[in-house]
Design a binder for this molecule. Structure first.
Ligand code: HEM
Length: 460
């Protein structure tokens, strides 16, 4: 470690993390005032033209309205066919490469020596000085040590311990739903269930579970990173509140353990009992970053798979009938939901050296974006890729969880939650009808549904 880094670390460990975030906020506010860019919007909504009307060289997959206006499939398809490794020299996020074919994405994701996840896995750059660090944006060996410290929380044994609890929470939520009248599925089911799950994972006070969702939503809404709408002041205030809340929770858990409370299966217990992470609280930005990663990791993704599954079965009613006739298809269907929805559209890498990918010369330092949502619709791998087919034979080749050293740590947990949801839904309801068009999240990163009205028909 360099002397300057060691000094920064010492200084950081001495200042409470919420005050550091407050400092970053003040700095950022002054900078925005001086440069007078406050309130500037990176993207303004305009109708997205048909892809044939756009020059190949100008295609910009980072435009969040491509997703909101539902034009993304044709844009991805054109790049897959005509320029699978495509360079955009100028965008709101600077120049970047788009990788759109399944095979090329896997090649990049597997090669962490040439394609580094540091310092960030989104296209843009967050406000300066808010350098929260998380292991999803670290390379081995630092990544491996930190991942190993928390991996146990989703080990098969722990998941078996959790299954009963997850099921009872799903049952509570479903038994409370209105029938034969419209309601928003996203609020009542997808968000509520993921909030309950997150509170369980972190052993966070149950009555404050919606806070976890709120913080996670704020963290992923940054315009600088994903093109979504955001209010930086609100984000800083939220991050500060989160840092304070998580620190208090950490100290509270430590005090309870010291007082003789039985250790649980939750993440905080795991971090506090691992040699690499028991002092995580004294590395504040890493502390906040890694907890945030686990909250964000399990929030939008699972939530949008819960909404995406209902939407997919409405778009493909023959598949709903197939499922009702054969509930044994639920496990395969949950993978198909995760492929079809692809809750995270991409991950970004930086080339660590000059390299060649599928015939294109990529320079050291270039940004490389792996568009998972495109790889999952690649007809070189999946037949009729835009269709939702619950008994698709090769569905487990989907890349929604990524590949290589960063492959999603929570994949089994996510599948478990979705499987239980559908196991509990099918015996209760004859139909889950989506009413009207859902509303989509404005983001190039989270492929999300913000509102979806449904009507439930109970089993007679
Ligand atoms: C990493 C997707 C659920 C925790 C990732 C990555 C993706 C992803 C794309 C990056 C992979 C790469 O770079 O190669 C998803 C999807 C989910 C889901 C689609 C649900 C359908 C969860 C849940 C958790 C979680 C429930 C909570 C435990 C993580 C963590 C990482 C990660 C900690 C970082 C892994 C690393 O860097 O080693 N996820 N995720 N995810 N996910 Fe998930």
């Amino acid at each position: 470690m360099k002397v300057s880094e060691a000094i920064t670390e010492r200084v950081q460990s001495a200042i409470p993390v919420d005050l550091q975030i407050q400092g970053a906020h003040l700095y950022d506010k002054t900078r925005r005032w001086v440069t007078r860019t406050d309130g500037e919007k990176i993207f303004v909504e305009r109708p997205i033209p048909p892809v044939e009307d756009v020059e190949l060289a100008d295609i910009d997959l980072s435009n969040p309205f491509l997703y909101r206006q539902g034009r993304w499939q044709s844009y991805y398809e054109r790049l897959r066919n005509e320029a699978p490794v495509h360079y955009l020299p100028d965008s709101a996020f600077g120049p970047f490469w788009s990788i759109t074919r399944h095979a090329d994405i896997v090649a990049v994701d597997k090669n962490h020596e040439v394609f580094s996840a540091e310092p960030l896995i989104v296209i843009g750059t967050p406000p300066r000085f808010l350098d929260i660090t998380m292991f999803i944006a670290m390379d081995p060996p630092r990544h491996d040590r930190q991942r190993a410290a928390v991996q146990g929380v989703v080990a098969p044994k722990n998941l078996r311990e959790m299954e009963g609890l997850i099921r009872s929470r799903v049952q509570e939520v479903l038994d409370d739903l209105p029938v034969n009248e419209p309601f928003d599925w996203v609020q009542r089911v997808s968000i509520e269930l993921t909030a309950r799950m997150l509170a369980t994972l972190l052993d966070f006070p149950y009555e404050q579970r919606r806070k976890l969702v709120e913080w996670s939503d704020l963290a992923t809404s940054m315009e600088q990173t994903n093109g979504g709408p955001s209010d930086l002041d609100e984000i800083f205030v939220g991050m500060r509140e989160m840092a304070r809340g998580l620190s208090e929770h950490w100290h509270d858990k430590a005090a309870r353990t010291a007082a003789g409370e039985e250790p649980g299966f939750d993440l905080i217990t795991m971090l506090q009992s691992n040699d690499n992470t028991k002092d995580l609280i004294s590395r504040p930005m890493e502390f906040v970053g890694n907890l945030l990663l686990l909250i964000v990791g399990g929030n939008d993704t699972t939530r949008n798979s819960m909404s995406g599954g209902v939407l997919a079965l409405n778009r493909f009613p023959d598949q709903f009938e197939k499922l009702k006739a054969n509930p044994d298809l639920i496990p395969n269907m949950t993978s198909e939901v995760i492929r079809w929805q692809t809750p995270l559209a991409y991950m970004r890498r930086i080339a660590t050296r000059d390299t060649v990918l599928n015939g294109q010369f990529i320079r050291k330092g270039d940004k490389v974006v792996m568009w998972y949502a495109s790889g999952n619709r690649d007809d070189r791998v999946f037949d009729r890729p835009d269709d939702f087919i619950i008994d698709r034979a090769n569905v487990r080749n989907h890349i929604s969880f990524g590949f290589g050293v960063h492959r999603c740590m929570g994949n089994r947990l996510a599948e478990l939650q979705l499987r239980i949801l559908w196991e509990e839904l099918l015996p209760r309801f004859e139909n889950i009808e989506v009413i009207g068009e859902p509303e989509y999240v404005q983001s190039n990163f989270v492929r999300g549904i913000s509102k979806m009205m449904v009507r439930l028909t109970p089993k007679s």
